[in-house]
Design a protein around this ligand. Structure first.
Ligand SMILES: Cc1cn([C@H]2C[C@H](O)[C@@H](COP(=O)(O)OP(=O)(O)O[C@H]3O[C@H](C)C(=O)[C@H](O)[C@H]3O)O2)c(=O)[nH]c1=O
Length: 170
């Protein structure tokens, strides 16, 4: 059974995959199963899978758009993952929550449209995976500053490695 838990952010769910089989060789995980996830209420129609591979203290984000659902997983390593409500008019506008996703806890996060997401890598290397319900459209994305004082997000890394787009404020 897929375990689905609500979070402090309306619409954002933490999901534990239904199958984590460990044996003397290692372990096996079904990261997504349409039937089981639909039965658990995760019924989005995912069109694209992505991975990004990053080194320790790389921070990607905070990015999002107004139409895409994302199902985030950690394939390898460990990262601190932040979701921010960026939905104009929402009672929770600007509210954020942090999660630690890893290749041991295997937790996933479902991110609704209009929410930004960002992550900072805590292991030597991490592979960030997500399924998304739209195909890539850079022009429709928004970027929020990871260190925006108005958001006041707590991060476990003070001086992350970022792209020029993600360098933040100040
Ligand atoms: C997102 C994306 C990117 N690309 C190409 C475009 C660039 O040449 C290269 C790196 O893209 P970018 O610097 O935007 O990647 P991130 O900084 O990791 O950003 C992404 O990661 C966070 C988690 C997001 O939520 C978005 O999906 C996206 O913004 O991959 C593609 O070809 N297809 C894609 O779907």
């Amino acid at each position: 059974m897929v375990k689905v838990a609500k979070t402090d952010l309306d619409g954002v769910l933490v999901i534990e995959p239904p199958t984590i089989f460990e044996d003397f060789r290692g372990h096996y995980v079904e990261l997504y199963n349409r039937t089981l996830y639909e039965q658990a209420g995760v019924d989005q129609d995912f069109l694209q899978d992505d991975i990004s591979v990053s080194s320790r203290h790389v921070l990607r984000g905070i990015h999002g758009d107004r139409k895409t659902w994302k199902l985030i997983s950690c394939l390898y390593g460990r990262f601190y993952f932040v979701v921010v409500n960026n939905v104009p008019g929402s009672q929770q506008f600007g509210k954020w929550q942090g999660f630690t996703l890893s290749d041991t806890n295997r937790k996933q996060v479902l991110v609704p449209p209009g929410f930004g997401n960002g992550h900072v890598v805590l292991s030597e290397t991490a592979i960030f995976h997500y399924k998304q319900t739209t195909e890539y459209d850079r022009a429709s994305q928004f970027t929020l500053a990871w260190n925006d004082p108005a958001l006041n997000i707590w991060w476990p890394v003070r001086d992350p490695i970022t792209s020029e787009r993600d360098q933040g404020v100040g």
